[in-house]
Structures are given as C-alpha cells and as structure tokens.
Design a protein around this ligand. Structure first.
Ligand SMILES: Cc1c2[nH]c(c1CCC(=O)O)Cc1[nH]c(c(CCC(=O)O)c1C)Cc1[nH]c(c(CCC(=O)O)c1C)Cc1[nH]c(c(C)c1CCC(=O)O)C2
Length: 365
C-alpha cells in the first residue's frame, strides 16, 4: 500500500530547483543534522552511529532537529543516514570510529582480491538491504507533516569507490589512484556496479517519500580534470539518465536532482549539462563566475565557506552580503547552502544568524 502524506506547505526549495520563481532563495545546509547540535548528542546517546541510521525512530528524530530549531528559516530536511550504507549493502563491513571517522576493516585492495570478484558477482537486493532507510524516510515524511520537503541522497560511485579501496578517509589517495592508473578497466566495472545500486537505491527512496535527491561526490576534487571526465562524470551521468526511467517504470513521479562534486571546479560547465537540475558549489567558486558559466541551465547551490561559522558576526555578514551579490542579489536560480557540510564546534546560534542575514539580504526583492 502506498503511503499518502500531508500536502507540502513550503515548496520554495522544489520550485527553486526546477527554476521557478520564489519569494526568497531557499536555504538548508549539508550535514545540518549533526554534531554541532547539542540535541543531536542527547538523542544519539550511547548508540553507535550506524545503529542510529538503522533505527527509523532515531534517524527521523535527528532529521527533524534542525527543522524544529530553525523553523521558518530552513527550507528542507535531509534524511539522517550516511553515504557508506551502500558499501555495507554490498557486503563490506564499515565501522564509524569516534573522532576518527569511517573505517573498513577489509578494504578492496586490488582486482586480484577474491573480494573483488565476490562483489561483482553478488546481486545486491537493494530493497531488502537498505529497507531501514526507506522506513526512516516514510516515518520522517509523516513527522514532517508537509513543513518542508525531504531530501534523499547517496554517495556518488567515484566517492564510494574511494572509501571501498582506501578503507576510510585519506590524504594521499594512494589506493584510489592505483585503481585509476593501474586497474582502470576494473575500476570502471566496479563503478558501473555501484552506479546500478545507486539508481535502484534512489528510486526506492523516492517511492518511500523522498521529494528531491542529492548525489554527493565528496572526493571528486582528488581527480585530475581528465580522470574526472573518464571515471567520475560518466557514473554521475549514468545515474541522472537511468533514474527517471526507473522511476517511471515504478510508477513514481520524477523528482529534482542535485549533484555536488566537491573540488571539481574545472568541470562546472559539464556538470551543468550532466542531467541534474541543481549543481552544488563548494566555497572555492566565485559565485558570479559560476553564474556566468551556468547561464541559467541549472540552479546553483552553495557556497559559503563553512569555516565562516567559526568567525565573528561581522564576518558572517560580510560573507553573506558578498555571496548574495555574487548570485545576482538572489535573482539568479539559487539555493543557499554552505560550500560543504557544517562542522562540529559551530555554535548553532551562529548558523541561525547566517540564515537571518540571508533572509535580510534577499527578502523584499
Ligand atoms: C563523505 C560523506 C560521508 N557521509 C556523507 C558524506 C558526503 C557529504 C560530505 O562530503 O561531507 C553524507 C552524510 N552523512 C551524514 C548525513 C546526514 C544528513 C545531513 O546532512 O544532515 C549525510 C548527508 C550524517 C553523518 N555522518 C557522520 C556523522 C558524524 C557521526 C558522529 O560521530 O556522531 C554524521 C552526523 C560520519 C561520517 N560519515 C562520513 C564521514 C567522512 C564521517 C566522519 C566525519 C568526521 O568524523 O568528521 C562519510
């Protein structure tokens, strides 16, 4: 039985994503449900990170926290989960270590590993393995009661491959580069396998209630422009081309899609033609330059340096004023965000001040 949900009261973000007129640019921030919020630590308690992702009750509570705290300012929720649930669904073990980050005890080191063949052979039952995410999405939609739209998301194939072969975060990307420059063909086979899972996973998130989707290519900037075109971009395109087809097959509406390829500033022009409605920008972009390159083809999302939230109110005001000006005074197709996730240690009141400053600079246009 398909769920019915309350009608959406604030559709500013979906309208902006589709390039329609809005009263002010919509606002949200990546990682908005996270460690900078004291209520996050209270609700998480002693639970392990992935335990929280697997509990629809806890995941939906965490998703709603920023919506409640910033009511009237924030225009979207993003489901509390992680990009690494896909490698887990593919049979890899992933732990989240406090103060360190994600760790894979058995990373995929070379195509000669038995694990490589096993991963390629194994048909992942995306509906069953990630069932807890769809349940969390449906529960969150009910709790949201139409206040703001809900984002679903996944990691981009290139970024997931990096984690699977590195076994965690990395500074050198020695393993990922070995795959690119030594095992390129095998890397492409693995990227295709991950891409198919991404398509099915995103489609099932929409069926469960996700109203817009974001694909996070957090390690795009580790690739050279030509490697990005060869490895990361085709996988991003594969998703944007195949998802609408899969949604129609399932009898679901097509939803707007956002691509965030962090560090891939050189590829902005191609990303604007990659089949996504919205292109996320990190803080290395100058907004007015990005607007010129985009030429209205997509909505841009971003891009304040997350580090400004460690600064003074004067600095926040100045960054906001410059950013608003860069995005044409808010007249361009624009969704307000930081240039990457909000970081731990930020005072939540300073994020509120950031939102209020955006509102001050963009309303009554
Ligand atoms: C690369 C990446 C990951 N996860 C994600 C990305 C892409 C976005 C990006 O580039 O930042 C995506 C992600 N992770 C999380 C969300 C939830 C929704 C939201 O944006 O609020 C989303 C969208 C929660 C989380 N994911 C994680 C936390 C912190 C968990 C905790 O310690 O309580 C949260 C709230 C953990 C995580 N998960 C990941 C890392 C590297 C870490 C550790 C971060 C660190 O230690 O600094 C992988």
């Amino acid at each position: 039985m398909k769920e019915t949900f309350a009608p959406l009261k604030n559709d500013r973000l979906l309208r902006a994503a589709r390039g329609e007129k809005v009263d002010r640019p919509p606002m949200w921030v990546m990682r908005q449900a996270g460690r900078y919020l004291p209520e996050y630590h209270r609700a998480k308690g002693k639970h392990d990170f992935f335990e929280c992702c697997r509990s629809p009750e806890i995941a939906s509570t965490l998703t709603l926290q920023p919506i409640e705290r910033y009511a009237g300012l924030i225009d979207a929720a993003i489901i509390f989960s992680d990009i690494l649930v896909i490698p887990q669904a593919m049979g890899m073990e992933v732990k989240m270590i406090d103060g360190v980050g994600p760790k894979f005890p058995n990373p995929l080191r070379s195509p000669a590993d038995e694990q490589y063949q096993e991963i390629l052979r194994r048909e992942v039952d995306v509906a069953k393995e990630l069932d807890y995410v769809y349940k969390a999405i449906t529960m969150t939609r009910k709790k949201l009661d139409g206040r703001v739209p809900l984002f679903g998301f996944c990691g981009a194939p290139w970024t997931l491959l990096c984690y699977m072969v590195e076994g965690g975060g990395s500074k050198m990307f020695r393993e990922a580069k070995t795959w690119v420059y030594k095992y390129g063909d095998e890397a492409k086979v693995l990227l295709k396998k991950i891409s198919d899972i991404c398509v099915e996973y995103l489609a099932l998130q929409v069926a469960a209630g996700a109203q817009i989707l974001q694909v996070f290519d957090s390690w795009a900037g580790e690739l050279s422009p030509s490697s990005f075109r060869e490895f990361a971009l085709p996988a991003l395109r594969y998703i944007s081309e195949n998802l609408p087809r899969r949604l129609r097959e399932m009898g679901e509406d097509v939803v707007p899609m956002v691509v965030f390829a962090k560090g891939a500033w050189y590829a902005l022009d191609e990303l604007c033609d990659s089949g996504y409605d919205v292109v996320g920008l990190d803080w290395l972009h100058d907004p007015s330059e990005a607007v010129k390159i985009a030429r209205g083809r997509v909505t841009l999302q971003g891009n304040a340096d997350p580090g400004v939230l460690y600064g003074s109110h004067e600095s926040i005001t100045s960054v906001v004023e410059n950013m608003v000006k860069g995005f044409g005074g808010g007249q361009e197709r624009w969704i307000v965000n930081l240039g990457h996730g909000i970081t731990p240690g930020v005072n939540p009141d300073d994020l509120k001040f950031f939102f209020e400053e955006i509102q001050r600079c963009t309303s009554g246009r």
